[in-house]
Ligand binder design. Structure first.
Ligand code: CP
Length: 324
């Protein structure tokens, strides 16, 4: 694995190796008074975020620190980006300054792919002849968020004991959601059955080519669809108001009524079914507070899994452990 840019390009053996390593990281840290592994001593991990983040940025920093990497956080607003420096020059500068890995979040779909291609073309003498700067996509526009999908799969593994054969309903604003796209591809690769549940206005062009079924009726999906079986997991999406420049249709009230996970809807789920949300959640519209705070919800477990998954990603990218 040279970079981690998408789940669409991830093979099943690669995804399973990352999830197995994440589980191994969790085990290695369990019961330790000092959560510090020497694995990445001497390596430098830089987060470069052009959009705000709490979970992804912090968990990458924690993951790096727990493996003894030097971690540096660069936010675009506090860097020379605010003086007009280009994406390419910014990435090249961080590579030349000694980054072994760049974790990139950007509002433009494809930005991390461009950075990876640019950095692959230039030499980095401090990294040796074989060295390169690894790039991780930490969310690019409406395209992909691969480590979010991996942490969601790790959470499903822990809660359900499996991903293969599970029916996962992904509910809400699919149009603007990089989480939905990354999950649709990864879950299908891992053998799950995915149903997207969304208003027609919040589905992307080309969704027909995704490995999913599509529904516009949350209540029908919760009751079980023609392919058989009610969901084993319901993944609620964040409504991305900041990307809705033309306004929001349906209205927030109508959305909550038709696509929100109310307590009444959660009560209809099978006993074993788990509720996920990538966060940040808009309580009362996307998900009722009582559901988000219930034992059925795995929202904080997702965050913890995110640290272990990001440790696994850094390990495979930087510690020379190739994923098949
Ligand atoms: N799920 C997620 O990406 O959250 P942040 O925006 O807080 O990183």
């Amino acid at each position: 694995l040279r970079h981690l840019l998408s789940t669409e390009a991830l093979r099943r053996d690669q995804a399973e190796a990352l999830l197995d390593t994440a589980a191994g990281m969790e085990q290695a840290l369990t019961g330790r008074a000092v959560r510090k592994l020497p694995t990445l001593r001497g390596r430098t991990v830089v987060t470069l975020f052009y959009e705000n983040s709490t979970r992804t940025r912090v968990s990458f920093e924690v993951a790096g620190k727990w493996m003894s990497a030097d971690t540096i956080n660069v936010s675009a607003s506090a860097s020379s980006v605010s003086k007009g420096e280009s994406l390419r020059d910014t990435a090249a500068t961080l590579g030349a300054a000694g980054a072994d890995c760049l974790i990139v979040r950007h509002p433009a779909s494809g930005a991390p792919h461009r950075i990876a291609a640019w950095l692959d073309r230039v030499g980095h003498s401090h990294l040796g002849a074989e060295g390169h700067v690894a790039v991780v996509n930490a969310g690019d526009g409406t395209h992909e968020h691969p480590t979010q999908a991996l942490l969601d799969a790790a959470t499903l593994r822990a809660r359900l004991g499996r991903v293969e054969g599970a029916h996962v309903a992904i509910v809400g604003d699919v149009l603007h959601s990089r989480v939905a796209r990354s999950n649709a591809h990864l879950l299908a690769t891992l053998g799950a059955r995915v149903t997207l549940v969304s208003p027609p206005t919040l589905l992307p062009v080309g969704v027909e080519s995704w490995p999913v079924a599509v529904s516009h009726d949350l209540d029908a999906t919760l009751g079980g669809d023609a392919a058989g079986g009610a969901p084993d997991a319901v993944m609620m999406l964040r409504v991305q108001a900041e990307r809705m420049h033309g306004g929001f249709f349906p209205s927030a009230r109508e959305y909550a009524i038709r696509f929100g996970l109310s307590q009444a809807r959660a009560d209809r789920l099978a006993d074993h079914a788990v509720v996920l949300h990538p966060g940040p959640a808009v309580r009362g519209m996307e998900i009722a507070s009582s559901v988000a705070d219930s034992s059925r919800a795995a929202i904080t477990e997702q965050v913890t899994a995110g640290v272990h998954v990001r440790m696994a990603v850094l390990y495979h990218l930087l510690a020379g452990e190739d994923v098949a």
